[in-house]
Design a binder for this molecule. Structure first.
Ligand SMILES: [Zn+2]
Length: 427
């Protein structure tokens, strides 16, 4: 049971229940949001704070200054995650993490990631001002490079001990540049494994995020309780043919791009076989890339997603089968390489129940749903009980300057976060 400290005498007294009318300070939270939105602001009204860029560093500095200014204890680690801690009066207590990410994509919106941090900070301030002593330490956390400018979900992967040499050496960009960018934060690639925390010291992880889809907005539902984050596998599918003159007799051509075209046409139909699945071909790299020469290689960069692990495995198999079929039909060889795999992540049942009870208490409409996008919560879920709470995203538009949600939604989300924390204190 949480206890309330008597600010004058320093004596702590038990209270039967935290009033459901306790709310976050919306004006202060809005002021924080507006300050943060200025950092990396773009002409179109969005923000650009790619991880480890100057803008990201400025946002991180802003957070550290705020945390220090409010007198919270700071915590950092070997992957650059930033933590601010409201200590429990019980020194050996576990830590409840609440957070998200400050980094954005190059042409991102103001809400993605940032509201999870702003709301987490606001919850710490509200709890402290209400004189509530929690039975766990409350830590707001900013995870490094959630968006994958260098290595997606880098901070949460580091905290959970899931980083390997491959994650440092298989960056999308030049490894040396990634290492140099880490060095700007005083981080060494050789030390990132030291960021792993002991899960027995953690009480759980809560993340508030905009939906990045239109289910809540379309159905006028105020809160989404995520049950699972769908799994994803990325592939690099390379068809190998032969570079000959474009005028060569058709029967002698081995055109790699024809193999890739055949493959893409077929894989886009996979969701008809694996209902609920998604396919995206994001890029095609053709060599030598000259109109007078038949393509020798064509590499399709693509991904499949599915909320069901078995169906995801089936989609993976179908990617392989389809690639082989198309290669055979055009006299080509093909190599299929899986470049990334994220398992389907299940959120914690008990936490989902608590969030639902809080929504009822706060008289907010809610629904249970999948997340089709990746979040730090999916990495944390396998490590400590985790919850992912969504608020509506106007028209489902995200990672775009048009990304928007009414401030009332952020306020609702922050209050759900606050009362989830307070209910967990009574567990
Ligand atoms: Zn995000």
């Amino acid at each position: 049971m949480p206890i309330v400290a008597d600010n004058h005498s320093g004596i702590e007294k038990s209270v039967p229940m935290i009033p459901s009318t306790l709310k976050v300070n919306s004006n202060r939270m809005l002021a924080h949001f507006e300050e943060l939105s200025m950092i990396g602001a773009t002409a179109l009204g969005g923000v650009a704070r790619p991880a480890l860029s100057n803008e990201d560093l400025r946002a991180r500095t802003w957070l550290v200054e705020r945390l220090e200014g409010y007198g919270f204890e700071l915590r950092d680690d070997a992957v650059g995650n930033i933590g601010g801690i409201l200590r429990s009066t019980t020194p050996q207590a576990k830590t409840l993490l609440v957070g998200s990410h400050l980094d954005t994509t190059l042409n991102g919106g103001k809400y993605d990631g940032s509201i999870g941090i702003i709301a987490g900070l606001e919850c710490m301030l509200t709890v402290r001002e209400a004189g509530i002593a929690l039975p766990f330490h409350l830590e707001v956390i900013d995870f490094t490079d959630e968006e994958g400018s260098w290595q997606s979900l880098f901070g949460s992967m580091g905290l959970t001990g899931r980083l390997s040499d491959e994650h440092i050496n298989d960056s999308k960009q030049d490894n040396a540049a990634f290492r140099a960018a880490l060095l700007r934060l005083g981080l060494y690639a050789s030390e990132v494994r030291e960021a792993r925390r002991d899960p027995t010291t953690l009480r759980g992880y809560l993340e508030l995020h905009i939906e990045q889809g239109d289910l809540l907005d379309r159905t006028r539902t105020q809160i989404g309780i995520v049950t699972r984050v769908i799994g994803r596998s990325n592939f690099r599918v390379t068809f190998q043919g032969e570079a000959v003159h474009a005028a060569t007799n058709c029967s002698r051509k081995r055109d790699a791009l024809q193999g890739a075209t055949c493959f893409m046409t077929k894989v886009y139909n996979l969701p008809t076989q694996c209902v609920g699945g998604m396919v995206n071909c994001g890029n095609v790299d053709v060599q030598p890339g000259i109109t007078t020469i038949v393509p020798a290689t064509a590499t399709v960069h693509m991904e499949v997603r599915h909320p069901d692990p078995d169906q995801l495995a089936m989609m993976e198999q179908l990617v392989h089968d389809t690639a082989e079929q198309c290669a055979g039909a055009h006299g080509l060889s093909v190599q299929v390489r899986r470049t990334l795999h994220r398992e389907v992540a299940h959120m914690d049942e008990r936490l989902m129940q608590v969030v639902a009870e809080v929504c009822e208490q706060q008289q907010l409409s809610y629904t249970h749903m999948f997340s089709n996008a990746g979040h730090d919560a999916q990495i944390m879920a396998g490590f400590t009980p985790s919850a992912l709470i969504f608020i509506p995203c106007k028209d489902g538009i995200s990672m775009n300057p048009k990304e928007y949600t009414d401030w009332e939604n952020v306020e609702n989300g922050a209050n759900v976060l606050l009362h989830t924390i307070l209910r967990l204190a009574m567990d």
